[in-house]
Design a protein around this ligand. Sequence first.
Ligand code: AHM
Ligand code: MG
Length: 334
Amino acid sequence: MTLKPVQTLGEFIIDRQDHFKYATGELSRILSAIRLATKIVNNHVNMAGLLDILGDHGEENVQGEKQQKLDVFANNIFINTLSQREVVCGVASEENEDFIAIKSSKNQDSSKYVVLIDPLDGSSNIDVNVSVGTIFSIYRRVTPSGTPVTLEDFLQPGHKQVAAGYVVYGTSTILVYTTGHGVNGFTLNPGVGVFFLSHPDMRFPEKGKIYSINEGNYSKFPTGVKKYLKYCQEVEGDRPYTSRYIGSLCSDFHRNLLKGGIYIYPSGTNSPNGKLRLLYECNPMAFIAEQAGGKASDGYRRILDIEPTSLHQRVPFFCGSKDMVEKVEEFMKE
Ligand code: AHM
Ligand code: MG
């Protein structure tokens, strides 16, 4: 076995800094802080059965969902790393009701960026040793630098993101991100604790054969989704497609990105707008999907064009290979 001589994530971030129109190094420092936090979370996820970190934390988050101990741990790690390094002026997390303002000790509120994060995605998988993930999204603030960060800085449509990424803590740990110039994936070498470029210029196959949806909710799905599922299961041409659902958006998305497929979390299930959160889950994944030649919609509109109205707003999510998303949109329109 030989290891490929490849670039580290740290080198890659510095090399690509010029791609970014406001190249001051600030964005690179944020990505570097996120990289560090993911390594700490990865370390704990890998030892989950050996540490007292499995199971319920005993409290519910802002959405009324049971928090797992690892949810709380990962949330603290990301918030502490971003705050202590003073690389952003605010963080909003799926696990916290309100955003957190971060003041710089050197120059008050000097950072121009905010981060939104789902620190541990797919947390129902933790206790059973199935892949979980992290999702992050970065915006430039809209209010002037030097003034206190406001809700307005976080409630921006997804097309304003300057960077987004996800991590899958899986059979290996991979970090995939975009700054709007394509999508690249980096695998963690746990022996040396370094992410190396392993998946350069990732592209969604235009056509796919995998559909990922929680079919247990079938009776509550909109008619368009039911018809699309019937279409996926028909014996015709390259169909029936294959059904694969891990129940961890990062992992389902990652498999579909590599192999071609669609992820769906429609309306009419847990809430009228589905389960997934626009700001912490759908926008970052939609940005990555589009950058990789895929598509993301709420069944009718482009996810990245939705104007957010609240921090924890939910939205139906259809994301993956372009042809598959367009097909399900046809059924939704009918
Ligand atoms: P979480 O961020 O609280 O873990 O919730 C999001 C997750 C997604 O990763 C996953 O695709 C979905 O919820 C699974 O939900 P369900 O169990 O309803 O299918
Ligand atoms: Mg999540």
